[in-house]
Write a protein that binds this ligand. Structure first.
Ligand code: 2NL
Length: 344
């Protein structure tokens, strides 16, 4: 029996030692130490032994069991460690590899043009002023010399929330708000960019929602020649140093006198092409001297203060600058369009 136990130990230890994975180790545990295993069998048969043999064989059986148990335990720890090592080697990350390139985006062409215009006027001492898109009738119309029955309101039909509340048709109401907040004391020197709305049918040159940029300069002794000077700088910076401007008489209810500004054609320099419709001139914006009544309604004394104002559509500016033929391109978010304005 003694020899039997010893050869059992040798056989078991050898097999444990050569086990290649945790699964076969577990099988060996069941095989040698399980309820139906040889050691259990030996212990169970102890009753048949003599009084003298019993403690000797009992002790040996326990020793063999402990030896196998500890061999399995050591082997298990070894195999688990190997498994983790293999996993670490497999999943290791080479931190010295270059990263994947980050997709760089670009400004929307309309945003780029608006920011270019903003920067230009900031350089001329203007501040940016933004205001509500949902306006009331007073700021959108009344304060700008467009009383309820004024025919010019027809051209600026809007989306009404109530009789008195509407989506603004221009950014001017915000200019009126800023003037009012100055409580009759100049200077007011602001640029108002933002979304505006008109009840219009969308086509290549019209949209029910579009952007506007307005400028306003109110102070003592502001004159039409100041407007002309500022607009000349603007035209040259946006469309090239050799641009000339011309002012044609026009009409807006909120300015008097009112003008329309053209720039000399940047495409043909005046000889006549399709961009300027063979006139040599391109219409860019509307402007004028702030109507005395508008100044007065917003708290400025028109005998002391004068001002100029202008308004332009950045979509139109961007279309001219980049040769875009349909205003709807700005709003459709087609990447094939947007990617063309990636800066180098
Ligand atoms: C255009 C013409 C213009 C103004 C906007 C203005 C604002 C105040 C007072 C007086 Cl608060 N005027 N704005 C003046 C003249 C023309 O816009 O064709 N815009 C696209």
């Amino acid at each position: 029996m003694k020899e039997q136990l010893e050869s059992l130990r040798n056989e078991a230890l050898e097999q444990v030692n050569s086990a290649e994975d945790l699964k076969s180790l577990q099988d060996l545990r069941v095989k040698y130490l399980g309820k139906k295993g040889p050691i259990t069998e030996v212990l169970r048969g102890m009753g048949k032994l003599s009084k003298e043999e019993r403690p000797v064989i009992g002790q040996l059986a326990n020793e063999v069991r402990e030896a196998i148990e500890s061999a399995i335990k050591d082997k298990q720890e070894h195999l688990e460690l190997e498994k983790i090592k293999a996993q670490l080697a497999e999943e290791s990350i080479d931190v010295t590899l270059p990263g994947r390139p980050v997709q760089s985006a670009n400004h929307h062409p309309l945003t780029a043009v608006i920011e270019e215009i903003e920067d230009l006027f900031i350089g001329l001492g203007f501040s940016i002023a933004e205001g509500p898109e949902v306006e009331n009738d007073y700021y959108n119309f009344e304060a700008l010399n467009l009383p309820k029955d004024h025919p010019a309101r027809d051209m600026q039909d809007s989306f009404y929330i109530t009789e008195e509340i509407l989506l603004r048709t221009h950014t001017s109401p915000n200019q009126a708000r800023v003037m009012e907040a100055h409580k009759g004391k100049g200077p007011v020197k602001i640029i108002c960019p933002g979304k505006v709305y008109r009840r219009d049918t969308d086509d290549a040159t019209h949209s029910h929602q579009f952007m506007q940029i307005e400028g306003l300069y109110v102070d003592k002794n502001v004159r039409l020649s100041d407007l002309k000077g500022i607009l000349t700088v603007f035209a040259k910076e946006m469309f090239g140093e050799d641009r000339q401007i011309r002012l044609r008489p026009s009409y807006f209810p909120f300015t008097e006198p009112s003008v329309e500004m053209d720039i000399s054609c940047f495409h043909c320099s005046g000889s006549g092409c399709s961009v300027c419709k063979k006139t040599g001139w391109i219409e860019i914006l509307g402007a004028g001297m702030v109507h005395p009544h508008v100044l007065e309604m917003s708290g400025f004394d028109p005998k002391v203060y004068t001002g100029f104002a202008f308004g332009m559509g950045p979509e139109r500016i961007a279309m001219l600058k980049y040769g875009i033929n349909d205003i709807r391109h700005f709003y459709n978010n087609d990447v094939r369009f947007l990617k063309q304005f990636k800066r180098a």
